[in-house]
Ligand binder design. Sequence first.
Ligand SMILES: NC(=O)c1ccc[n+]([C@@H]2O[C@H](COP(=O)([O-])OP(=O)(O)OC[C@H]3O[C@@H](n4cnc5c(N)ncnc54)[C@H](OP(=O)(O)O)[C@@H]3O)[C@@H](O)[C@H]2O)c1
Length: 338
Amino acid sequence: MSVNRQWCVAARPVGKPKPSDFLYKESSIPKIGPDEVLLETLYLGIAPVMRMYMMNLPIGGEAPLAIGDVIHGRGVARILESNHPEYKSGEIVQGQLGWQTHKVSKMTERERFLKVKHHELSYAHSVRILSMTGLTAYTSFKDQGRPKSGDIVVVSGAAGGVGHIVVQMAKILGCYVIGIAGGPEKCAIVKNLGADEMIDYKNEDVPERIAQLCPNGMDIYYDNVGGEILSACLNNLAYNARIILCGSISEYTREEKFGLTNYAMLRRANATMHGYFVYNYIDQFDACNAQLADWITSKKMTPLIDELIGFEKMPEALIGVYDGTNIGTRCVKVKLDD
Ligand SMILES: NC(=O)c1ccc[n+]([C@@H]2O[C@H](COP(=O)([O-])OP(=O)(O)OC[C@H]3O[C@@H](n4cnc5c(N)ncnc54)[C@H](OP(=O)(O)O)[C@@H]3O)[C@@H](O)[C@H]2O)c1
């Protein structure tokens, strides 16, 4: 309890992150001052964006990271001690903890701490599903996708954290859903969650399969990956289609960017392509979580939580997201005896 364990930036990742990009440190836990709390990390979420933090790219409003700094990461924590008027010791919160087991914080706006409210679900749910992953899936699909019953929806990254929630939301809302994921195991799992059809992009010809499965085009394309798959979807849009640009993981580690050449297909289909950023939707956090928690407890939605055990697994967990080793939303259980 007297030691704060931390993972820091050892080197800027080139291509996919690798073990030597991460530096392990231990330090003593500072004492809290006025208006501060001491947080003990229970869970940390793992998100592709963490590689960008390590690259020192300006993203998500987070502070720039120098070599040696603790890597940014949101998680769930217990307040061990508090001198803060709005937080009591024993409360469970989620927010910007960084890759460390303890943090002294003034609970600033930038850290975006929120109290965990849905104690009927485990903290493993709160770390990503009832957090930024769920908020992303829910608000982007609802507000930018404007789904209607009967819409044909294509979701890439369909076995990932955001993707598998979008697939299930689309089914709840009466859409016909085609998921795209890497490998037969992931495709079978997402089909089991309700997807009508799956495309295994690692083993199938994506443009051919899309043309076959949506002969009249798709109404919504939910993009988690960018690159060639985005381009293939642009060639198969229904009139008035909506494309939601949530993420482009296939591009994050490329040295030369893909360079979309068929964007004019938007005009032909009278379609929209909309960039999304989760922190613009933080005011919908409580409403979104209430809806997701209801779907989960009523068994309309099955979250896939890909949990690694132990703080020492943090680098492996992030590296794995770039290798596609996660099924569903990835997190690390940091406090083992909770
Ligand atoms: N805009 C926002 O505010 C916002 C917020 C949250 C997340 N995001 C973005 O949303 C996307 C999903 O995030 P997540 O946290 O849910 O991650 P995730 O989907 O759980 O994990 C990433 C998945 O991407 C797939 N992948 C990796 N490399 C790929 C490649 N070269 N081509 C195609 N697929 C690849 C892998 O699945 P396969 O095995 O299927 O390849 C991997 O499991 C990411 O792009 C993320 O950056 C954006």
